[in-house]
Design a protein around this ligand. Sequence first.
Ligand code: G
Ligand code: G
Ligand code: MN
Ligand code: NA
Length: 262
Amino acid sequence: LQLRADLERALVAGELVLHYQPSVSLVTGAPAAPGRLEVHGFEALVRWQHPTRGLLGPGQFVPLAEDSGLVVPLGTWVLQEACRAAVSLQRAGRPPVVMSVNVAVAQLTEPGFVELVQAALADSGLDPRLLVLEITESAVLAGTEVVAPLLARLRATGTRIAVDDFGTGYSALSYLRDLPVDVLKVDKSFVDHVVDDAQGASLVEAIITLARSLDLATVAEGVEERAQADWLAAAGVTYGQGFLWSRPVPLVEAAAMLVPPV
Ligand code: G
Ligand code: G
Ligand code: MN
Ligand code: NA
């Protein structure tokens, strides 16, 4: 496939870029200054600045990268770049925020991944506690016995672990008890129905109760409407992320969301 060779070249040529989508605190109440978001952190989301096709979203090439194994070097670049970006924000005088990075299962299970994370932290100087590694629920379910010890080793380095797309894996939930994780990212498909649908609301309430009992933070994904945000805040979801607050944006725009240097 042409795109595969293209993607290999793009990695080397520096055509991949990261955009950053903020998550905001839903629990601390006090709104930031008018027009400002109370940013808890950013999720790094990869894009491909293709020479002829324009800016491609991850949906257009991440699945291909997963099929071809290129997701491993791609993911390495994303991890390193996101750590550097987080540190560059701090060096520019911004308050420290959490940086979340999506990790494909092929990356996680590649020998040396834990060391790679440690090196990315050491090389950038990022505080490990500010790095969140997002693993999809389906990846977790695909191999709990392999994944659990890896997550434990990652967590021992000080990073946090989030279960992405939570609720879409139709899991028995028992895996959560055995997994060293910190955050549940409630999938948009649930968030979409909290306001207008009693059963949808019940589902999210159940997830929140579960998260509380396991001492996990929650992030509601894909929040698009104020009414959803209000419902989620009242229900006790910890953080929100979605177009209501911001789309994923380039680093300069992400920096501008944080309190400027004094
Ligand atoms: O940015 P967007 O909403 O189009 O992202 C679509 C999907 O691509 C999401 O599921 C997201 O997790 C995934 N994705 C974005 N960036 C990365 C990345 O750097 N690595 C991996 N493995 N997936 C990513
Ligand atoms: O699967 P993951 O959570 O990593 O993917 C995040 C994806 O969801 C990104 O591609 C991002 O662009 C998209 N996204 C984030 N917020 C919203 C939203 O409010 N609405 C929609 N439709 N997509 C969103
Ligand atoms: Mn994610
Ligand atoms: Na998700």
